[in-house]
Design a protein around this ligand. Sequence first.
Ligand SMILES: [Fe+2]
Length: 474
Amino acid sequence: MKKILSFALALLFCISAVSTASATSQQDWDEYWTKAESQQGVIMFAGSDETERNFSWYSAKESTPTVEITVSGGATKTFTGYCVKTYSGDFANKVTATGLEAGKEYSYVCKSEGYTSDAYTFKTENDKSFSAIYVTDVHVSYDSENADSLKNCSLNFNNVIESAMEKNDDISLLLSAGDQASLGLECEYKAYSASPYLRTISTATAFGNHDRKAVDYKTFKNVPNEKTNNLVGEYNSMDYWFVKGDVLFMVMNSNNGSGIDHHNFVKEAVKTNPNVKWRVMMFHHDLQGGRIESREDENKFLRLLWGPICDEFKIDLVLLGHSHYYTVSAPVYNGEKVGSVTANGTITDPAGTVYMVSGSINRPRELDDGEIPPLGSNIDIEKLTSEKIYNIIDFSENSITVKSYTLESNEMFNSYTISKTSQNGGHPSKLPAFYQPIIRFIGTVFAFFNNFSTYDRVKNNGIEAKLSDFIFVH
Ligand SMILES: [Fe+2]
C-alpha cells in the first residue's frame, strides 16, 4: 500500500512539475539546501517606507552586524544593527538601512562574525504603482519523522514565489498573512527564508496562531513601526505599519484581542499618514469566509471587534488567512453586504471593506467529508482546492487589482479590481456606535487573561518561558 502511495505521489509530483512553467527542480533545491546560504535565514523585511529596508539573518556567534549597500554605479554605505539571542542559543542579526533613493537599484551584503552573505540586489520604486504577492498559511513544517519536511516545504514556497515573479517581474513585496511556520520554530523560519527571492523583494508577515506555538517569531521578525505602548502586550509580536506607493499597510496581531490597543494603533497610523490614499490591513484570522464550526464562536467575537475598526477607519481591503479556504467577500459595512464583487469585475468607490482569504501553501484544506464547508453570508467568490493558491496584487494610485492563481495549473482562476475616485471613495463617514468602546474593552480584558493560556500552551510545547514575559507589556 505504501509503495502504491509513494508511486502515486511521485506521479503527482511529475505531473505538477510538467504543468508548472519552470519551477526550481527538487534536484536543484536539494543541492542548494547543502549550501550555507540556504540555512542562514537571510530575509529582507519591508521598511517604514520606500526609503528603508529591514534585514535579518541568523548566526552562531554574537557580534555587531552590518549591511553594506551599494547604489548601482555609486557609493557604498554601511549600516550597523544589533544582535539578539534566540531561544535556541543562536543569534538573530537586525539591521535597518535608511535614506534609500527612489528609482534606484541597490546591491547589498550582510556581515556578522564569521559570516558574509552572497551579494543580493533590490530596486526602489519611483512612482505610486507596484505589485505584490499575497499568500497565507505557508506552513513551513518541522517534522521529527521526516528529515526532508523543512526542505520540501520551503521548495514549495520558493516555487510559488518563482511562479509569481515569472508572471510579473515588477513584484517588489511579499505579503504573508500568518502561519508562516506550523510549530513556530526557528528552524521553520530559517526554511521559510530560504528562497533567494526573499532577499530581492521585501516581505511583510502577520503573526498567526501557529506562529504563536513557540517564541521564535519574536526573534525572526524585523518590522517597522511596531506598537509597543500597549495596555495588554503580546510576547512575540504586535501591530505594525508601513507605507509603500500610495498604500498604508497595517499588519495586525489578531491573536491578541485587545481592542483598545488595536483601535489606538490604527488611529495613530492613519493620523501619521493622512494623505495616503489606500488603507490595506493584513492579519491572520478569517472573519467572513470558510466556516469551521468549532471556530465560529471565536469568529463572531472577532467580527464584532474588527469589523467596526475597519468601518471607522475606512479600510479598503483586508488580507487574511487561517481557514485555508479562498474567499472574497462583498464590500461589507456594519456587518452587512453593501455591494458585490464579481469575478473579473471592477467595483468603484465601494461603501465598505472587502475581506479576502487565500489558501494555504503547504497545508491546503480538503473538503469536509466530501462536502464543501459552509460560507459566511457576505462571501461573493470562493474556491476550495488542494492546489497551492497565490495572488498577485497590482497597486496603483486609482486602483487595486487582485489576480489569483494556482501553482499547479499556472493559470489565473479569479481577478477583481477595487477602484477609488477620491481619498475616501465610497466609505461612509458615520460615527461609530456608542457601545463599540465597550466591546473593545471586553476584548482587552479577554486578551489579558488569554496571555495566561498562551503561556501555558507554550510551556506545554516544551518551551521554558517566564510567565511575566507573557503578562506584562513589552
Ligand atoms: Fe494555518
